[in-house]
Design a protein around this ligand. Sequence first.
Ligand SMILES: [Zn+2]
Length: 62
Amino acid sequence: MKDLVTMPDSRFVRVVCRKCKNEQIIFNKVATVVKCTNCGEILAEPRGGEALIKGKVVTTFT
Ligand SMILES: [Zn+2]
């Protein structure tokens, strides 16, 4: 068996902050905690490479 294409499973997601409804586009793989630029609420946390999205995902860009 051979890997034909090694595509990193990474994409951008548009997340709405649960606290202030501010929309923010973040990467689905984060190395550090991503906070809302408006109110500081945590939007995503790193979880073994994949981000744990805390906000509401409205759009996924592939
Ligand atoms: Zn916010």
